[in-house]
Design a protein around this ligand. Structure first.
Ligand SMILES: [Zn+2]
Length: 114
């Protein structure tokens, strides 16, 4: 498995996400500063299509791609020393966010008395 990095390679990046729609992408500063990095589903609309403001996808921010979320997690710890936050838009799953299946979260409303 492993990961692929794309920098100054929009073509390569866009074809990766096109052919790995179920993969995952870390969007991170070129300096690999994890402060504002995010993990996305490859299909997340915020990292697909036209780059914002006509910029490049793989310039100041680069893309780390993998079909394995755990490989991306390992990459992040090794390369940045920090886990990467998950995108709030596409909400990829992650070991840190797997909640215990509680099942009964929704409370029943009190029945109205007449
Ligand atoms: Zn996203």
């Amino acid at each position: 498995m492993g990961t692929e990095q794309f920098r100054d390679d929009d073509q390569g990046y866009l074809s990766w996400v096109a052919s790995h729609a179920h993969g995952y992408v870390i969007n991170i500063q070129r300096s690999l500063n994890p402060a504002d990095a995010r993990t996305h589903h490859a299909s997340c609309h915020t990292i697909n299509g036209q780059p914002p403001r006509g910029r490049t996808w793989t310039g100041p921010y680069v893309k780390i791609c993998s079909t394995s979320l755990s490989d991306l997690g390992k990459w992040a710890l090794e390369r940045t020393g920090s886990p990467i936050r998950r995108c709030g838009t596409c909400q990829p799953p992650g070991p840190a966010t797997i909640a215990h299946p509680t099942g009964g979260k929704g409370r029943h409303r009190k029945p109205r008395r007449s």
